[in-house]
Design a protein around this ligand. Structure first.
Ligand SMILES: Cc1ncc(C[n+]2csc(CCOP(=O)(O)OP(=O)(O)O)c2C)c(N)n1
Ligand SMILES: [Mg+2]
Length: 822
């Protein structure tokens, strides 16, 4: 179905000029006297108090880090504490107007933002809601500690809860907001709209956009604020996040009520430094960060620099920018200018800046300046301020005392409960839909043209005489994946899918052909060529409560989404203590024929990372069943598909691929051919070469091979393989991954460990060569071939009478290859 947007050569070839509008810089100039009528006294004092709380909280941490003591309480905190002393006005100004439904994402330096947003949320929630949140969170373990103290009011209790939950998290206590698994750089608390802070600089740059996408697609209230540092403007995920968030289609192609910009503010907490690199003048070229907005879209992202040293200036900016988002004219870029007095971390000797500079900024300290202003304007008195400060210190002393107390605030006891972290790695949920409402579709499922076409296909690949049907007649592996996905689109209203060429094109390999007809834009769309943002936004979408299928067109492009796949998708379930779920099914297509950068099987890379489920089906029956299982689950699944076999039919499952719903459990291998003399365990499309090898073994050497299709890599239940090896005494593992360091080796090693006594010979691995993938015409020298399997069996497991090897698997050759690194 072609797009409605006509690209008119008459128009686009016309001469002209692009003009840029103005980007405001520090335009807010109101005095407190002028603002007095816009705020109540109470509100002004809240702004002040929040800043003092943050300043004192971080001062306490700084003292603990540098002197191991705060007001007589001794403690050693070996972990990180990236402080933002000096930046309080920026944090409080950012959070002041936000509702609990507004989400913030942050960075390694986000304690201040956590507290500011938490205190803002506490003010906006009523007592009942607050109590419910505190009681329900992690079964009330955090609340029980702070309840020891009598509190006059729920709001007071909630402040202790916020401070304690954050500090206990920073000190890795089990009673912290994330069971101590997040720590200083990752602490968060979703019920107050505080979403993950990220130790990877710029990591929130695309994840936060996914949260905004979740809000838009599922029509949830609120906006998203991505709080990231000025130096993160040099990071790929931030640029990709901005690119994704500003895609024209939100305004041109998406239908009402989804039409309009994403509700997200990229709020750069511009303290003017990376660690020691000065962004303006040294490591970046933008001069003034807000300038970047100019080139991104015609609205220039409504970019603006705001004085982050004045909390009222920041509040004013957020009030105006929030309105822009509510009018669906986002996204917005804010350059919130500030300065940190603390070092990057407590060990930082500040060698990169002068004392004069530091003192000049301290002389204008936002907290002192605001305090002076409040007193001068008769809003408070010096005595009142002093009393307030003292009460905050007292409160923090109390909180710190609770936190360092090992009995009140224990760590996870991995001696008593050795599996406590292991149990958090996967949620292993089984959930048909992430929300209970009607999914939006454009036609009944039965009327979908591809669904109708598939009804006429042969669901078993062979006719009565065992002859394969023609490709056109055959229900193919790509059809099986389509069938599982479209079924879920009609069940789960939150499900969306996107990636490169996913919509009109039908997916690069025709898996999605027909989906466009059934789905509105907001459920299936093309993205910019931004693999990082494709995966990163999916992570944000899922952690907010949606289910999503992002796609990487070729496995070789996984590197472009490296941080998202290796550091983000696998970790947030466990790092949140399972408060967040991650129902992301990342489809990854493994290529061939296209040489060194389009033909790699990188299953081993992702199988290496704890926290990801990894599957690689090789038959239509398994592909549909595994896709169903992945889409029913709540864990991140990397779903590998081989381009070599997208058109293959079902040759194994009796009766062919069922039309109805069924699941193939993730982690269960399957015997594709029974045998008794040797076990061949194959991963992915290599199955068919393994079966060819089994034919040769039978016909030429009278050896009966049992061929097991791994189907999954993680998790993996070895019992079937062990049972087979008990019978055959021999194992060969094969797959298309380059052999060195591959998951094939892991499988071989595991069986050697678990079934040593049953084996007649060590397990042998036949993977691809440790080379670049050559051109299609030479590929058979690179990917494992049936003859290689026979050669390896002959040389390393059991001599085959009269066999002449083509590939040398002798010790000498293996040693030489390893010595040379090839
Ligand atoms: C991807 C990545 N690269 C490098 C680092 C190491 N690092 C931690 S903070 C930091 C500077 C970040 O500066 P900015 O984004 O301005 O945030 P700020 O620390 O100033 O708040 C660096 C380089 C990291 N954590 N992640
Ligand atoms: Mg910075």
């Amino acid at each position: 179905m072609p797009k409605q947007l006509f690209i008119d050569p008459q128009k686009v070839r016309k001469p002209g000029k692009i003009t840029f509008g103005e980007i405001p810089i520090n335009q807010y100039q109101k005095t407190l006297a002028e603002e007095k009528e816009n705020y109540t006294r109470e509100e002004l004092m809240e702004i002040y108090r929040d800043m003092v709380v943050i300043r004192e909280f971080e001062t306490m941490l700084n003292k603990i880090k540098t002197t191991n003591e705060y007001h007589g309480i001794r403690y050693n905190h070996p972990g990180p504490a990236h402080l933002s002393i000096g930046q309080e006005a920026a944090a409080v100004g950012m959070a002041f107007l936000l509702d609990p439904d507004d989400y913030i994402f942050g960075s390694h330096r986000s304690h201040g933002e956590i507290l500011a947003k938490g205190m803002s949320a506490i003010r906006k929630l009523n007592e009942e809601k607050l109590l419910n949140i505190m009681k329900g969170y992690m079964d009330g373990v955090t609340l029980r500690v702070v309840e020891r103290q009598e509190h006059d009011h729920t709001f007071d209790l909630a402040l202790d809860f916020l401070l304690y939950g954050t500090l206990a998290e920073i000190f890795a206590k089990r009673t912290g907001f994330n069971k101590g698994l997040g720590g200083s750089m990752h602490a968060f608390f979703p019920p107050f709209g505080i979403y993950p802070n990220n130790a990877i600089v710029g990591g929130s740059g695309d994840i936060g956009v996914g949260a905004a996408l979740y809000k838009k697609v599922n029509r949830k209230p609120g906006i998203v604020v991505v709080n990231i540092g000025d130096a993160s403007m040099g990071c790929g995920p931030v640029w990709e996040g901005i690119t994704f968030a500003t895609m024209d289609q939100f305004r041109t192609l998406w239908e009402e009520p989804y039409r309009g910009g994403l509700p997200v503010i990229f709020n750069f907490m511009n303290n003017q430094y990376g660690m020691g690199g000065q962004t303006s003048g040294e490591t970046m070229g933008y001069g003034i960060l807000a300038r970047v907005g100019a080139g991104v879209n015609p609205e220039m992202m409504h970019a603006e620099r705001v004085d982050g040293y004045n909390p009222l200036a920041v509040i004013d900016a957020f009030r105006r920018k929030k309105k822009i988002l509510e009018e669906k004219k986002g996204p917005v870029l804010l350059d919130t200018l500030t300065y940190r007095y603390s070092g990057h971390s407590p060990s930082d000797a500040s060698t990169y800046r002068t004392k004069e500079e530091l003192e000049a900024w301290m002389a204008q300290d936002s907290l002192r300046a605001f305090e002076r202003d409040l007193v001068a304007n008769g809003i408070t008195t010096e005595d009142e301020v002093a009393a307030l400060r003292e009460s905050i210190v007292e409160r923090l002393v109390r909180i710190l005392r609770w936190t360092v107390d090992g009995e009140l605030s224990p760590r996870m006891d991995l001696v008593k409960h050795p599996d406590e972290i292991a149990d958090l790695m996967f949620s292993n949920g089984s959930v048909e839909k992430m929300e209970d409402r009607e999914p939006e579709v454009l036609m009944p499922l039965e009327e979908n043209p591809r669904v109708q076409q598939l009804k006429r296909k042969e669901r078993f690949g062979l006719d009565k005489n065992g002859k394969p049907f023609s490709k056109v007649k055959t229900f193919q592996l790509r059809d099986a994946i389509f069938e599982a996905i479209i079924d879920r689109f009609y069940k789960d209203p939150t499900l969306i899918a996107y990636g490169e060429e996913n919509r009109d094109w039908g997916g690069a390999f025709a898996v999605y052909r027909g989906l466009t007809e059934s789905l509105p834009y907001h459920r299936l769309f093309n993205t910019s060529i931004s693999e990082g943002a494709i995966v990163g936004t999916a992570i944000g979408y899922a952690m907010c409560g949606g289910r999503v299928i992002p796609e990487i067109m070729y496995c070789d492009f996984l590197g472009r989404a490296g941080d998202e796949v290796f550091n983000q998708m696998p970790k947030w379930q466990a790092m949140s203590g399972q408060v967040l779920k991650m129902p992301v099914v990342l489809r990854v297509s493994v290529g061939s024929k296209y040489g060194a950068q389009h033909s790699q099987d990188w299953t081993s890379l992702v199988a290496h990372i704890p926290g990801l489920k990894v599957v690689f089906p090789a038959t239509p029956y398994d592909a549909k069943g595994l896709m169903n299982a992945a889409l029913q689950g709540t864990d991140p699944v990397i779903f590998f598909e081989s381009q070599r076999i997208y058109d293959i039919g079902e040759y194994f499952h009796e009766g062919g691929v069922p039309e109805g719903y069924y699941e193939v459990p993730i982690g269960q291998p399957d015997i594709k051919r029974k045998g008794k003399d040797i076990t061949i365990l194959s991963v992915g499309a290599t199955l068919y070469r393994a079966l060819e090898a089994a034919d040769i073994l039978q016909e030429e050497y009278n050896i009966s091979a049992e061929v097991i299709d791994a189907r999954s890599l993680v998790p993996f239940d070895y019992s079937l393989v062990l049972e087979s090896v008990r019978k055959t005494g021999r194992l060969l593992v094969t797959g298309d991954a380059t052999e060195r360091g591959s998951f094939l080796k892991e499988m071989a090693q595991s069986v050697a460990d678990l079934a040593f006594d049953d084996l007649d010979a060590p397990p042998v691995v036949v993977g691809s060569r440790n080379w670049i993938t050559p051109a299609h015409e030479l590929e058979h020298f690179f990917f494992p071939q049936p003859s290689w399997i026979i050669d390896a069996i002959h040389e390393r497991i059991v001599p085959l009478p009269g066999h002449k090897v083509q590939q040398d698997y002798t010790n000498d050759t293996l040693l030489r290859q390893k010595r040379e690194g090839v």
